[in-house]
Each structure stands twice: as structure tokens, then as C-alpha cells.
Design a protein around this ligand. Sequence first.
Ligand SMILES: [Zn+2]
Length: 178
Amino acid sequence: MSARRILQLGNPLLRAVSTPSSDSGECERILTDLRDTLHEFQRTRGFGRGISAVQIGEPKRLLYLEFRGRPYTLVNPEWDWRSEETFRLWDDCFSFPDLLVYVERSCAVRVRYQDLCGASHVLEAENDLSELLQHEMDHLDGILTIDRAIDRNSFCTREEWLRQGHPATRPEAFASKT
Ligand SMILES: [Zn+2]
């Protein structure tokens, strides 16, 4: 029941493919630590919406998200559907919080997952929640945002991004100089 250290880029465990968990006691313990770790990150950094178990050194298929004031605890989530329609955005990650990466994500997704009692659920999401889910689901397979960079102009330090007025999208003039 405590905030844990968040693994940083370069730690090989971030590349692990996480395994499903069927031990509800283990899931509850890890998810509580994920919640506490997310809250500690929000308190110290002022942002943060989701975290995967592998980021605190537990390579299990568990996600904890907070979106628009609502918590989501996902046990063993799996893709059910991802829209072909996509959008682009600057994404960030607790494991390299001072680097933003310009990526492309599906506009809408549908995920099947279990709760702590083992009951199955379906979560449909669009836009912000959709891209958050795609980011966190990638962690479960050892995929990081940097792997999704659209091109070599898709990286920006947080300092520079803030200096530019934290743009939601990348200027096309910048994008075309690839
Ligand atoms: Zn991340």
C-alpha cells in the first residue's frame, strides 16, 4: 500500500511482455500500489492519467487509469476492436516524463477486461480515453511511445514543448521537414 518507484527508460523490464494474473490478492495489492504511485506522480508532477503494473516492476497485465475523475482498474485487458480512423497527438510517459513523442492512435477502441472478482467487462472509449488506453495497453507488450514515433521530428523535450505553448498537434511546416 504505497507509492512505488517508477521504472525509467533503459530499464530492460519495460520491454517485458507482461503475463496475465489470476491471483486476485496479487492483483489487488498491485492495483493499490498503482493507484498510490499515480497519485504521488500527480502530486509531484501535476499531471498523469494512467499507469501499467510493469512500470512499478510487476510484469502483470494490470492497468490503473483515472480519467475525468473516474478510476478504472483493468485486469488482463485485451483488444476487442480499434478504429481504422486515427488522430495524432503529443504523448508522454511516466517512464520518460520529460520527453514528448508525436504518435498516431485510433480514434475509438473497445477493450475486454476483468475486474478483481473475475467478472468480464467491456470498455468502449473515444479520443482522450482511447489514446490513453492504447498507451497503457502497449506497456503490457513492452512497447513504448518512442516506438510509435511518426518520424524523426516526433520528439520534443517537455521544456521545449511548454516553451512552444504546449501545442496539441505539430505544425505542418515542422512535420514536412522530415
Ligand atoms: Zn507510459
